[in-house]
Write a protein that binds this ligand. Structure first.
Ligand SMILES: NC(=O)c1ccc[n+]([C@@H]2O[C@H](COP(=O)([O-])OP(=O)(O)OC[C@H]3O[C@@H](n4cnc5c(N)ncnc54)[C@H](OP(=O)(O)O)[C@@H]3O)[C@@H](O)[C@H]2O)c1
Length: 314
C-alpha cells in the first residue's frame, strides 16, 4: 500500500514540476534578448505554416520584416497568417506556393521570387519531413532525400544571385542533431534509405558546409542550427493519430514549445554575426563544434556534384 502512496506522490510531484516548467519563464529555454529590427528586410521561410517555421515567421514579423511564407498548402498558410495577425500587426506576411517534393514547383517558386522581389536578405531552409512512409517523388527520389536535401539544394542555388545582390545576406539551415547518426548512400537516392531522416539531414549538412566554403567573400553567410527536441507536428508520421490524445499532452509538458525552439533561428536571422560563416549552432543558439561525421571536405564536394546532377542545376 505504501508503495502506491509513494508512487502517486512521485507522479504528482513530477507533474507539478512539468506544469511549473510550462507556466514560468524561469524554466523556459533561453528567451530572446535581441531587439534588432528587420525593417526593409525580406526573409523567406520554408514550411512556415506550423511548428518552428510559423513561430519564426511571427518573431520576424514582430520585428517588421517582410516574411515570405513558402508553403505547400495555401489553406494552412493562410490559417497561420491569421494566427500571427492575432498577435502582431507588424511586418508583412506573404504566402507563396512551394512544394519541396517537386523540382518543378521549386523552379516555379524561385522564378516568381526573382521576378517580383528586389531583395532577399535571409533564406531560412526550415521545411522537412520525418518518418514519412517510403515514397518516391515525381523526380524519382526517396521522399526524405528530396524534401530535406535535394529540394533545399535546388532552391538555395536558384536564389543565390538575388542573395548576392542583397548582401550582406544569410542562409540558415534548420538541421537536426540526428544528422550525426546518418550515412549517405551515394549509390542510391531512390530506394528506401537506412535512416531516411538522419541520412537526408546529413546530406543537407554536407551541402551547407560546402556552400559556406564556396560563398566565402561574397557577402552571403551560411549558418546551421539544430533546435533540439521541440513540440511540433514533425512526429505526425511517427505516432498513430489514435494515440494523439495521450501523446500530445505528454509532448506539451515535456518539450519546449515551437516559440522556444525558434529562438536560436531568429537570433541567427537578426543579429550581426560579423564575418562568421559555416558554423554550427545548438538549440539555445550557442556555437557548437561540428560533429566529426561531417568533417571530410571531399564528401561535401561529392554531395554537391551529385546534387547538381540529380537536380539538373546546370
Ligand atoms: N521538432 C523537433 O523536435 C525538431 C528537432 C530537430 C530538428 N527539427 C527541424 O526543425 C525544422 C522544422 O520542423 P518542425 O519541428 O517545425 O516540424 P513541422 O511542425 O512538421 O513543420 C514542418 C514544415 O515543413 C513543411 N513541409 C513538409 N514537407 C514539405 C514539402 N514537400 N514542401 C514544402 N514544405 C513542406 C510542413 O508543411 P505541411 O504542414 O504542409 O506538411 C511544415 O510546414 C525541420 O527542418 C526539422 O528537421 C525539428
Amino acid at each position: 500500500m505504501s508503495v502506491w502512496k509513494y508512487a502517486t506522490a512521485g507522479c504528482v510531484f513530477a507533474l507539478s514540476i512539468m506544469i511549473l516548467r510550462k507556466m514560468t519563464r524561469f524554466y523556459k529555454r533561453g528567451v530572446l534578448t535581441c531587439s534588432e529590427e528587420m525593417r526593409n528586410k525580406t526573409v523567406i521561410i520554408t514550411g512556415a505554416n506550423c511548428g518552428i517555421g510559423k513561430a519564426t515567421a511571427l518573431e520576424l514579423a514582430k520585428r517588421h520584416a517582410r516574411v515570405i511564407m513558402a508553403c505547400r498548402n495555401k489553406e494552412k498558410a493562410n490559417a497561420a497568417i491569421s494566427d500571427i495577425r492575432k498577435i502582431t500587426e507588424y511586418g508583412e506576411l506573404i504566402f507563396k506556393h512551394l512544394d519541396l517534393e517537386s523540382f518543378k514547383s521549386v523552379k516555379a517558386f524561385c522564378q516568381d521570387i526573382i521576378e517580383h522581389e528586389q531583395k532577399l536578405h535571409v533564406l531560412i531552409n526550415n521545411a522537412a519531413v520525418m518518418n514519412h512512409p517510403y515514397a518516391q517523388t515525381e523526380d524519382n527520389l526517396e521522399i526524405h532525400m528530396s524534401v530535406n536535401h535535394f529540394g533545399n539544394f535546388l532552391l538555395t542555388n536558384l536564389l543565390l544571385d538575388l542573395l548576392k545582390k542583397s548582401s550582406p545576406s544569410r542562409i540558415i539551415f534548420v538541421s537536426s542533431a540526428l544528422h550525426k547518426y546518418g550515412r549517405v548512400n551515394f549509390e542510391d537516392f531512390q530506394g528506401q534509405q537506412r535512416k531516411p531522416y538522419a541520412d537526408s539531414k546529413l546530406a543537407n549538412v554536407y551541402f551547407a558546409r560546402e556552400l559556406a566554403e564556396r560563398l566565402k567573400g561574397t557577402g552571403i553567410s551560411v549558418h546551421t542550427l539544430h533546435p533540439g527536441m521541440v513540440n511540433t507536428e514533425l512526429s505526425r508520421h511517427s505516432v498513430s493519430p489514435a494515440l494523439n490524445f495521450i501523446v500530445n499532452p505528454i509532448k506539451y509538458l515535456l518539450l519546449p514549445s515551437a516559440e522556444e525552439g525558434s529562438q536560436g533561428i531568429v537570433n541567427l536571422a537578426v543579429v550581426d554575426l560579423g564575418t562568421d560563416t559555416g558554423k554550427c549552432y545548438g538549440k539555445k543558439g550557442q556555437e557548437e563544434k561540428w560533429p566529426e561525421i561531417s568533417s571530410e571536405k571531399a564528401i561535401w564536394k561529392k554531395m554537391w556534384e551529385v546534387s547538381e546532377r540529380l537536380t539538373q542545376l546546370n
